[in-house]
Design a protein around this ligand. Structure first.
Ligand SMILES: Cc1ncc(COP(=O)(O)O)c(C=O)c1O
Length: 264
């Protein structure tokens, strides 16, 4: 994980970094992040080219879980606007520490949610990707503050059948989608999945293809879904080749994650 001095925030977005304790460190940290971002951008462009898709069809979401607010500031200074978190307390702390960023980041919540923590997310996120129960969706809809735009949501689909991974089984996605689509303060945008890691590109593509097919089936049943949230650092090419519209990238942008104390 990049380690940034605590007061790096003071130097953003100032070009000269005058207040920064070591100009050299400032430049090397920024250079590293810039290189990582350019590398990810290049991979996305190449996968779009291979699949005959427009680069504009795929949004890059920076997964900032376990990263410091300063690291998020640094990436924001380089032009990144969408960030994703997956622990509620960590999300709240970072969201609230970064309200001065301009333009405001678009926050995505990508973890599974307990009903008693829904309010904090409903009050802060633009998107929630991990809806796997109607109860959570109802809570989010009820607790979305008046005056905020509707919360964009994706259903998380369990493609592996492994217990504990979260997500609705594919055969239950249709009824859940119909119910969620009827809730007043949410907009159902699409489907999200976190397949088991696979090294070989063909194996990586299979679960993404299943998610795309499920999206197509639901669209054919009249449930309008325009989003496939799929693809992480190791498999973003496979996801884009199968139609991903949002890729969620952590490690390839920020470097390897350090140990993280899981929040209750
Ligand atoms: C739901 C979800 N999506 C995406 C990511 C990013 O993964 P990676 O660091 O491999 O890019 C994570 C990381 O934990 C995650 O939990």
């Amino acid at each position: 994980m990049l380690s940034l001095p605590k007061d790096i925030a003071k130097c953003f977005p100032r070009e000269d970094a005058a207040a920064f304790p070591s100009l050299e460190l400032y430049h090397s940290v920024m250079k590293q992040l810039e290189d990582h971002r350019a590398g990810v951008e290049q991979r996305i462009r190449e996968a779009c080219r291979q699949s005959g898709r427009d680069r504009e069809e795929v949004r890059l979401i920076a997964v900032s879980k376990t990263r410091s607010p300063d690291e998020i500031r640094a990436l924001h200074a380089l032009g990144q606007r969408c960030f994703a978190e997956n622990y509620v307390q960590e999300f709240v702390a970072k969201h609230d520490a970064l309200t001065d960023l301009d333009p405001a980041p678009e926050w995505h919540f990508i973890g599974t949610l307990q009903t008693n923590k829904a309010r904090a997310v409903a009050e802060r996120a633009a998107w929630v990707h991990g809806i796997d129960r109607l109860k959570i969706a109802e809570r989010l809809s009820r607790q979305r503050p008046a005056g905020m735009p509707p919360l964009q949501v994706c259903l998380q689909v369990d493609l592996s059948g492994e217990p504990g991974k979260g997500g609705v089984p594919p055969q239950e996605a249709g009824p859940l989608a119909e119910s969620v689509a009827g809730l007043p303060n949410l907009v159902l945008r699409g489907l999200m999945a976190i397949p088991a890691p696979a090294a070989d590109p063909a194996a990586q593509r299979r679960p993404f293809a299943r998610l795309r097919e499920l999206r197509d089936t639901l669209n054919a049943r009249g449930i309008a879904l325009d989003t496939l949230s799929m693809g992480m650092s190791d498999d973003l090419e496979a996801a884009i080749l199968e139609g991903a519209t949002l890729v969620r990238i952590g490690t390839a942008l920020f470097g390897p994650r350090g140990p993280h104390a899981r929040q209750p």
